[in-house]
Design a protein around this ligand. Structure first.
Ligand SMILES: NC(=O)c1ccc[n+]([C@@H]2O[C@H](COP(=O)([O-])OP(=O)(O)OC[C@H]3O[C@@H](n4cnc5c(N)ncnc54)[C@H](OP(=O)(O)O)[C@@H]3O)[C@@H](O)[C@H]2O)c1
Length: 309
């Protein structure tokens, strides 16, 4: 039985998934929407792409409980408009999945394919020196990446927290992270220590770390100062997202707030080099979105398994 006295299968829940017009996001919406009592708000920055995605789930899968609302996580007005819509329509929110993400890199895809990298060396980061001249990021792209993956996630979460606090079930927040954000992949010991010190960690400290990172990026001293070699900006956006997840979980102990690496999934973000299906890639997010009272919070998961930050 749920806390309302109703069977769990009858509970009415409202969920938001960001960046859900394609990839892991749309599949997450599909899987969540099969849960009885669930209404899923599929959001996308592009209205046409979002409407088409929601219509495809309704038409091909009979999921009439999927509704679309525009959301660009970089745009405060768009975030505010989503919060207003949910407040007016549903009066609360039970699940937030911060899925929207970008890599913001310029890739010479032909050269990347020609390298014929095996997934083990790609995932371990051993290939960093090989892809150095093939995958590049400009300063503007670095700002876009951080503003989407880290600050975008924070912006949406902060706007929706008052509605999540009204959930009778103790809301669930899921942040889509990446193995690139794991602490062991940061060569600089001081940064590892600061991001891993959950007792002392604050949002202000995370901001300061990102400022140091951006300074080194502009100076061209990332490697010399021990930041990640493989996809450094994307990696830092996820390392800070993991840290934020822990800070938030401490602040809201009634909620279950976790982050997840979805696996190496075949989507646009990795130029379709990923080896896992969308169905497998969405499983971790959905599992964490459906956690019940007493479930883990402030944790990092590698797919469906709890793992080291
Ligand atoms: N695929 C993997 O192997 C893998 C591994 C580790 C982590 N992840 C994470 O999983 C999440 C989903 O990625 P994916 O693999 O499904 O990639 P994807 O297919 O490229 O999907 C990314 C989604 O994010 C949206 N998005 C980007 N910027 C946005 C913004 N400013 N506002 C709202 N939406 C925005 C995209 O919308 P548009 O269509 O408009 O661009 C798209 O819907 C990301 O956070 C990613 O970092 C993926």
């Amino acid at each position: 039985m749920g806390i309302s006295g109703k069977k769990e299968s009858e509970e009415i829940r409202y969920a938001v998934v960001t960046g859900a017009n394609k990839g892991i996001g749309i599949e997450t919406v599909r899987q969540l929407a099969t849960v009885p009592g669930m209404t899923v708000i599929l959001t996308a920055r592009n209205e046409r792409r979002g409407l088409e995605a929601a219509a495809s789930l309704r038409d091909s899968h009979g999921l009439s409980n999927v509704i679309f609302h525009q959301l660009n996580v970089q745009d405060p007005n768009s975030v505010e408009s989503l919060a207003e819509f949910i407040a007016n329509q549903f009066g609360r929110l039970d699940i937030l999945i911060n899925n929207a993400g970008v890599s913001e890199v310029i890739v010479d895809e032909d050269s990347l394919r020609a390298l014929n990298l095996d997934s083990a060396s790609w995932l371990s980061g051993e290939a960093a020196h090989l892809v150095k001249d093939i995958i590049k990021t400009t300063n503007d792209q670095a700002n876009e990446c951080l503003n989407t993956n880290y600050y975008g996630c924070k912006r949406v979460t902060e706007a929706l927290l008052p509605l999540l606090e009204l959930s009778a079930f103790g809301a669930n927040i899921v942040n889509l992270s990446s193995l690139r954000g794991e602490l062991r992949r940061i060569p600089n010991e001081q940064v590892r220590k600061e991001l891993g010190d959950i007792e002392a960690l604050t949002e202000e400290k995370i901001d300061l770390i990102l400022r140091r990172f951006l300074h080194d990026l502009k100076q061209g001293t990332l490697e010399a100062n021990g930041w990640q070699k493989m996809l450094p900006v994307y990696s830092m956006s996820k390392a800070t997202l993991n840290a934020y997840t822990r800070v938030l979980a401490k602040k809201y102990p009634k909620m279950r707030i976790n982050c997840v690496h979805p696996g190496y999934v075949n989507t646009d973000i990795n130029f379709h080099t990923g080896t896992m299906s969308l169905e497998e890639g969405a499983k971790g997010s959905v599992m964490l979105a459906l956690l019940r009272e007493g479930g883990p919070t402030g944790c990092y998961f590698d797919c469906a398994e709890m793992a080291e930050f």
